[in-house]
Design a protein around this ligand. Structure first.
Ligand code: UDP
Length: 309
C-alpha cells in the first residue's frame, strides 16, 4: 500500500486531497500545525484505519516513511499570511527544506504546491510558466511570493544535487467548500457578506481580475501531476476564465439573491492588477482542464457556507 504524506492536510486544499486519497485506499499521514488549517476539517476521517492526523510544525524536522509527499503547508490567504509573515517565510524555507530532506531520505516523490503569486503583479498576460514574474521583494506580500519562489528554487536544487523526484505546481485562485469562515479571501468574504446581509467589500475600483478554479478540479490536477512520469513542471493549474472582482461581487449577489450593497474600500498594497493562467502546458502534458464553471462552483460553495452561518 502506498503511504502518502500531506503537509497542510487539515487546510482547505489538504482536506479535499486527503478525502480522495483515503477513497483510493492510500495510507494518509496528514500533518498540520493548525495555524490556518483546522482539526474540524478532518474530524470525520479520524476513525478511518488508513488515516493518521499528526500535529506537527514542519519548520521542525520530522521522521516518517512515505512513498509520496504532497507539500501543501503554508497559509495561502493574504490576510492569514500577512498576519504570520515571518512564520510564512520559515514555513516556505525551513519547512520546505525539511520536507525535501524527508523526500531525499525516504526516496519519496514530492510535489510542491507553489502559486501564481510567484508571477507578482504580472506584465505578461495570461501568465505562462516561462514568465519569471514581477515581484516586490520587500512588500507585504513578499513573505508569501518570495517564500514560494525560494521553495521552488530549493525544490529544483534538491532535484539537481540530490536526484530527488520532484514536481512543482503553480496554483491560481481556488475556492470551494471547507474554506474557513475567517479565511479572508475574496470568494468566501463575498459569500459570507451576501448571506449575512452585510455590504460586499470590494477593494479598489473592482477592475482588478482573478481567475477562479473550483477545488475538485484543482485537486484532480494535483493528483494527475503526482502520477505523471518524466515531468517536473512547473505547471500552472487554474481556471483560465478571467473575471473582474466587481463582476464576481455581482454574480454572488445574484446567486445568493442577497439585497446587500457593494461598498468600496482601499486597495491593499501590491495587489496584482491582473491574473489569469495560461494552462496550455497542463492541457498538453496532463490532459487536464477545469470542468466546473464559476456559477456551478459558486452555488456549491454558497450551499456549504449556508450550513456554517
Ligand atoms: N478582495 C476584495 N474584497 C475582499 C477580499 C479581496 O475586493 O473582501 C480583492 C483583493 O483586493 C484582490 C482579489 O479580491 O484584488 C483577490 O483577493 P484574495 O485575497 O482572494 O487573493 P489574491 O489573489 O489577492 O491572493
Amino acid at each position: 500500500m502506498s503511504t502518502v504524506i500531506v503537509s497542510g492536510g487539515a487546510g482547505f486544499l489538504g482536506r479535499h486531497l486527503c478525502e480522495i486519497l483515503l477513497k483510493k485506499d492510500m495510507e494518509v499521514l496528514c500533518i498540520d500545525n493548525f495555524i490556518s488549517g483546522s482539526k474540524n476539517n478532518v474530524r470525520e476521517f479520524i476513525s478511518y484505519p488508513n488515516f493518521e492526523l499528526i500535529r506537527h510544525d514542519i519548520i521542525n524536522p520530522l521522521f516518517l516513511e512515505a512513498n509520496k509527499i504532497y507539500h501543501l503547508a503554508c497559509p495561502a490567504s493574504p490576510v492569514q499570511y500577512q498576519n504570520n509573515a515571518i512564520k510564512t517565510v520559515k514555513t516556505n524555507v525551513i519547512g520546505t527544506i525539511n520536507m525535501l530532506g524527508l523526500a531525499k531520505r525516504t526516496k519519496a516523490r514530492i510535489l510542491l504546491t507553489s502559486t501564481s503569486e510567484i508571477y507578482g503583479n504580472p506584465i505578461v498576460h495570461p501568465q505562462v510558466e516561462e514568465y519569471y514574474g514581477n515581484v516586490n521583494p520587500i512588500g507585504i506580500r513578499s513573505c508569501y511570493d518570495e517564500g514560494k519562489r525560494i521553495a521552488e528554487t530549493l525544490t529544483m536544487d534538491y532535484h539537481r544535487m540530490n536526484k530527488v523526484d520532484v514536481k512543482i505546481v503553480r496554483i491560481f485562485n481556488t475556492y470551494g467548500p471547507y474554506m474557513a469562515v475567517d479565511d479572508g479571501r475574496v470568494v468566501s468574504n463575498f459569500i459570507i457578506q451576501a448571506l449575512s446581509g452585510k455590504d460586499l467589500t470590494v477593494y479598489g475600483d473592482g477592475n482588478q481580475t482573478r481567475s477562479f478554479c473550483y477545488v475538485t478540479d484543482l485537486i484532480n490536477g494535483l493528483m494527475k501531476m503526482m502520477e505523471k512520469e518524466d515531468f517536473i513542471g512547473p505547471v500552472n493549474l487554474g481556471n483560465p476564465e478571467e473575471y473582474t472582482i466587481l463582476e464576481l461581487a455581482q454574480k454572488i449577489l445574484k446567486l445568493t439573491k442577497s439585497t446587500s450593497k457593494i461598498i468600496y474600500k482601499p486597495i491593499p498594497k501590491d495587489d496584482p492588477v491582473r491574473r489569469c493562467p495560461d494552462i496550455s502546458l497542463a492541457q498538453k502534458r496532463l490532459g487536464w482542464q477545469p470542468q466546473v464553471g464559476l456559477e456551478e462552483g459558486l452555488n456549491k460553495t454558497i450551499a456549504f457556507f449556508k450550513t456554517k452561518l
